[in-house]
Design a protein. Structure first.
Length: 259
């Protein structure tokens, strides 16, 4: 249905002209400078969020794996509890924390990183923090699920042979958790490329994502063919990233078993 509506002609008297067929909507999405800028920003935003979330998640998942007892439970609780809270509530909490009068600004002023509070929301920084916070639990759990079955004696053996902590992590741990990192990265990219809530609540009006433009076309301009064409392009990008994941992980698993 999404594809069919995207091929209908546009009209000013309704959502679309039923029974028609045109490729003009896809031509506008792919070749219009306006939509190219939106898609390019969405891509840059997704790559930025994915890079930050993946790095943070690797170290947080590693900390959970190495922790014991109450500390392990506490770290897991920190990850899981965010999934039990609605997305809007989570993002509004970030809005309060990063506001000029919020605790984060007060901390930066107290330790003299800033002379006075600054605006950390309604900009790219706020949108990035909000989106990272949104997908962080999923990337952590995807990496931790692989780490949890890793044999620690391999790391100990590497250290007995002279490897440093960083060296053993790089040479032993990272190659073993590549599949989990890739899964987490694809989840992060797919969710961030089609992000709406975090950029809308914490970002600026001049930095629109594809999802924000789809909402504007559907609700404000009532242009369903153009909105669905843009939606389908976003869907194709997400499917391409998932396909790339399967291709890369299959190669990694094949190399591992071959070795």
């Amino acid at each position: 249905m999404l594809v069919r509506v995207s091929l209908f002609e546009q009209t000013t008297s309704g959502a679309y002209v039923a029974g028609t067929f045109t490729l003009a909507n896809y031509q506008e999405v792919l070749f219009s400078r306006h939509f190219q800028e939106i898609l390019f920003f969405s891509f840059k935003f997704a790559v930025l969020v994915t890079a930050i979330a993946t790095v943070l998640s690797v170290f947080f998942a590693y900390a959970i794996w190495r922790a014991d007892g109450m500390l392990k439970n506490a770290l897991l609780f920190i990850v899981v509890v965010t999934l039990l809270t609605t997305l809007v509530v989570r993002l509004f909490s970030i809005l309060i924390i990063l506001s000029p009068n919020g605790p984060f600004n007060q901390l930066l002023v107290a330790i003299q990183v800033l002379r006075e509070p600054t605006l950390l929301v309604t900009n790219l920084f706020g949108a990035t923090v909000g989106q990272v916070y949104t997908i962080f639990p999923y990337t952590v759990l995807s990496i931790y699920s692989v780490l949890s079955i890793l044999d620690w004696t391999k790391v100990e053996a590497a250290r007995d042979l002279g490897a440093t902590e960083i060296g053993s992590f790089r040479e032993v741990v990272l190659p073993q958790i590549t599949s989990g990192i890739l899964v987490g990265a694809v989840i992060s990219f797919a969710w961030s490329f089609g992000a709406y809530a975090a950029p809308f609540l914490l970002g600026s009006s001049g930095q629109d994502t594809a999802a924000m433009e789809v909402y504007r076309l559907m609700v404000t301009r009532f242009n369903w063919p153009l909105a669905t064409a843009l939606s389908f392009v976003v869907l194709l990008v997400v499917l391409a990233s998932v396909s790339l994941l399967f291709f890369v992980t299959d190669d990694n698993l094949g190399d591992a078993y071959g070795a």
